[in-house]
Design a protein around this ligand. Structure first.
Ligand code: HEM
Length: 208
């Protein structure tokens, strides 16, 4: 398995190098696809992105698309009954909750380094084959809280996240909104009752 992943990472690494090389040429026209966007961010120096992070991000997206392709027909929305057959999508949502909890101030246990390794890396695989869920029993992952004050709409909200994210990945490709320069993309969060992006992300979708 690791060998296959390494091959894919190498492939993505080569694509990334080729793209960055062709961006040097004068007649290169920017396409604002995912590679251009990530390269722009790196060159803009806004985020601490590098080749390793970019290739791993591409791998996560590819695996999610592949899982959706196999589990449901392309261009079809994800149904409630599909969610159990989409462990990688579930893992992506758990990992996103772990990295960017929506109600961060209530949830200090999630950043406990004695529970999680590589806290700053996005690694959905850590949840594959694991029994950890968001229902308030595993204190390393409690995006909906725990105990008597646990979010009463946990099940509804969690299901909706899977349906919406699965649909967005399965039915569309994504580009940054034309007039926004990728250099202006700001991934910083601001804290309030719920976490928000400092600047909301503007993206346009393309039918696949
Ligand atoms: C991704 C979506 C959501 C997240 C991450 C989330 C997270 C949370 C968290 C962390 C708490 C505090 C738990 C505590 O104090 O320990 C909470 C409370 C609450 N949530 Fe949610 N929630 C979400 C969606 C929703 C939705 C869709 C509803 C209603 C339709 C809802 C209704 C409530 C209510 C009423 C409380 C207060 C419960 C109480 O204090 O007894 N939440 N939520």
């Amino acid at each position: 398995m690791t060998v296959h992943f390494n091959k894919l990472l190498n492939l993505f690494g080569n694509m990334f190098d080729e793209r960055r090389q062709s961006r040097q040429s004068q007649d290169y026209s920017v396409s604002n696809d995912v590679l251009d966007t990530l390269s722009d961010i790196i060159e803009g120096g806004i985020e601490k992105l590098n080749k390793i992070i970019v290739t791993n991000l591409l791998l996560v997206l590819l695996k999610a698309k592949k899982e959706l392709d196999e589990a449901i027909d392309k261009e079809n929305p994800v149904e409630e009954s599909d969610i159990n057959r989409l462990p990688y999508l579930q893992a992506i949502i758990k990992e996103t909750f772990q990295m960017h909890p929506a109600v961060p101030l209530l949830l200090p246990c999630q950043k406990d380094r004695s529970i999680w390794n590589n806290l700053n890396s996005f690694i959905p695989e850590r949840f594959l084959g694991s029994e950890i869920n968001v229902k308030g029993k595993d204190f390393g992952l409690i995006p909906f809280g725990a105990g008597r004050r646990i979010c009463p709409r946990l099940l509804l909200a969690n299901q909706m996240l899977h349906l919406i994210l699965g649909y967005l990945i399965n039915c569309f490709d994504w580009e940054l909104e034309g007039e926004i320069s990728p250099n202006d993309m700001n991934m910083k969060e601001k804290y309030g009752i719920a976490v928000q992006m400092v600047e909301p992300l503007l993206a346009i979708l393309i039918l696949v």
